[in-house]
Design a protein around this ligand. Structure first.
Ligand code: C5P
Length: 234
């Protein structure tokens, strides 16, 4: 992507549109990168997206699309025209699903980044084996990253612990990294986690942080403290 510096994406996983508006107002673009997921998208739709984009934020819509190639590419068509900075699709949907999405985005003349989910950061150990019996998580992760690169995606979403495994592979792709915690001990449902500094040092292009910011006593000073932690790490 543009540079080697690690940037912070604030995940605005709040329960209402008004709570999100209030957060964005207070954030005042301390970081310009913000992410919303299916909940706020279901509540606010295209109008809410346009409202955030007009405020000058680089908006990441994390819908993690995963369906047959035609269905995903046809959803990418209108999503390409909303002024989004980025959208997620699943690499496990396969090469055709990803490459047709890229082709659709390009056909619409959009600059929206397409990021591929590799393996969810919540899916470690037994949770992985239960739904992928006999399959090695690391091999799947690597194969999915390479497939994303071949299909022309702009980045991959992976756990901070996956960054070392992916070093030197799929190098054209930005690394978008959730699963960030203030300490390794506080994990909630994220099982493959690291601190912001560890992720930046391991090569994250963007870290995605939700609850550690939103549940802090003072969310905006938490944003500033994370920005300070990752600044200067190349
Ligand atoms: O609250 P927390 O910091 O765990 O939020 C992480 C954010 O990143 C959530 O919005 C979640 O949906 C998203 N995410 C993730 N794992 C992925 C992709 C996205 O946790 N593989």
């Amino acid at each position: 992507m543009e540079n080697n510096k690690c940037e912070l994406i604030a995940a605005v996983d709040l329960p209402t549109l008004d709570a999100a508006r209030e957060f964005l107002e207070k954030l005042d673009k301390a970081t310009p990168y913000v992410k919303i997921g299916p909940r706020l998208y279901a509540m606010g739709g295209a109008a809410f997206i346009s409202e955030i984009v007009k405020k000058g934020y680089s908006l990441f819509l994390d819908l993690k699309l995963h369906d047959i190639p035609n269905t995903v590419a046809s959803a990418v068509e209108p999503l390409s025209e909303m002024g989004l900075w980025a959208l997620t699709i699943h690499t496990s949907g396969g090469h055709e699903m990803m490459s047709r999405s890229v082709a659709m985005r390009d056909k619409r003349g959009s600059r929206m980044n397409l990021f591929g989910i590799t393996v969810l950061t919540s899916l470690g150990g037994d949770l992985w084996s239960e739904v992928h019996p006999g399959s090695d998580l690391n091999r799947s992760l690597e194969a999915r990253a390479l497939a994303a690169e071949r299909a022309g995606l702009d980045g991959i979403v992976c756990s901070p612990l996956d960054l070392s495994l992916l070093r030197g592979k799929a190098e054209k792709l930005a690394r978008v990294v959730p699963g960030i915690r203030r300490t390794r001990a506080s994990t909630e449902d994220q099982t493959r986690v690291a601190t912001a500094k560890e992720a930046a040092e391991a090569g994250a292009s963007y870290i995605v942080v939700g609850r550690p910011i939103l549940e802090a006593a003072d969310p905006i000073s938490e944003v500033r403290s994370i920005l300070k932690e990752i600044s200067g790490v190349q």
